[in-house]
Design a protein around this ligand. Structure first.
Ligand SMILES: [Zn+2]
Length: 326
């Protein structure tokens, strides 16, 4: 499913129906958990479980899951996938040795897995892991400190203290990310911990009591002292490390003199299309919304322009290397 004309960003658009209406029916759910065509994605030690041979997320049936876990796992319903119910099972801290001997499987970090998988598989893996991480981190009530229990197919954790009954829901943390341009140049910055020379668009979490537009203006001001106007929404991307939702914007700079006010960035500067085409800087990973924002700005209404220029630059570099080596 495409929303509007823009293709979806990575980690969105999981190819399933969430079927939220099924979550409240305990009878339906217990029947689904043992139905032979039901499938389970697996997460162990907060990592996705993948088939060791194919490198893709592994799907097991209820019997295989029971054999693996003695019925001790905790499953969360993800929805309906290819006509069958799909859950994620949290295998707790099941070791790679156990996974290898029982399933021919191993675990992998979503950060590397997400770059390798198809967009559909990556979004399913991200959704599954995000639910398990949220579930694991909400075992105790934030109001009274009592234990919580899983409810509504794993989409609610409810305090078991009868005097409290606090319900907690899977959370996402909104963060803005913005391509600021002065017309001809884009404002990009880098954090000290990143790979050398990698630059990205500016970003930051939305704070309580502010609109998205205010968050854009504040983050850009704090990180670069640049004042912006004409803030427009671009697109969004789940960024499940662990639970951000990146809300992408483009904005026009009213000022151009940069100062790193809050120390978040090690360096920020204005970069032209030529700086990018000549690979003077490294861009963010292509699956990120940051890359998408830079690409759309660069293309300026001519889709494919940045990719063509970068390919041309690669060809030139190759030719140069060949000439050098004879
Ligand atoms: Zn409570």
């Amino acid at each position: 499913m495409k929303i509007g004309m823009k293709p979806a960003n990575a980690f969105a658009n999981a190819p399933l129906e969430r079927r939220g209406e099924l979550r409240k029916s305990r009878n339906d759910l217990s029947a689904l958990l043992t139905k032979p065509d039901t499938r389970f994605l697996l997460v162990a030690a907060e990592r996705n479980v993948i088939d060791a041979a194919s490198g893709k997320p592994i799907l097991v049936d209820p019997e295989e899951l029971a054999a693996l876990s003695d019925g001790l796992t905790h499953s969360i319903m993800l929805g309906e996938y290819q006509g069958s119910a799909l859950f994620v099972a949290d295998l707790d801290n099941a070791s790679d040795e156990l996974l290898a001997s029982t399933l021919g499987a191993r675990t992998e970090n979503l950060r590397t897995l997400g770059l390798r998988l198809s967009p559909e598989q990556a979004s399913l893996a991200a959704y599954a892991r995000a639910m398990v991480l949220w579930d694991r981190r909400h075992r105790y009530c934030g109001r009274c400190g009592g234990a919580t229990a899983s409810d509504e197919a794993g989409h609610v954790r409810r305090c078991i203290n009868a005097d409290c009954g606090n319900a907690m829901f899977p959370r996402v943390d909104p963060a803005i990310i913005v391509l600021v341009s002065d017309g001809e140049r884009a404002l990009l910055g880098r954090q000290a911990s990143w790979d050398p020379n990698r630059y990205s668009t500016l970003a930051g979490f939305v704070e309580p009591g502010e609109s998205l537009e205010e968050a854009v203006a504040r983050e850009v001001r704090e990180e670069s002292a640049i004042e912006v106007e004409m803030v427009d929404y671009h697109s969004s991307q789940p960024w499940p490390f662990p639970s951000s939702l990146m809300l992408g914007f483009v904005a026009r700079a009213r000022t151009t003199s940069i100062q790193l006010l809050d120390g978040e960035l090690e360096h920020a500067d204005w970069f032209s299309r030529n700086d990018i085409a000549s690979r003077r800087i490294h861009l963010p990973f292509p699956v990120s919304i940051s890359y998408r924002l830079i690409e759309d700005w660069y293309d300026g209404g001519e889709p494919g322009r940045m990719r063509a220029d970068l390919d041309h630059s690669d060809a030139q570099t190759l030719k140069h290397d060949r000439d050098q080596t004879g």
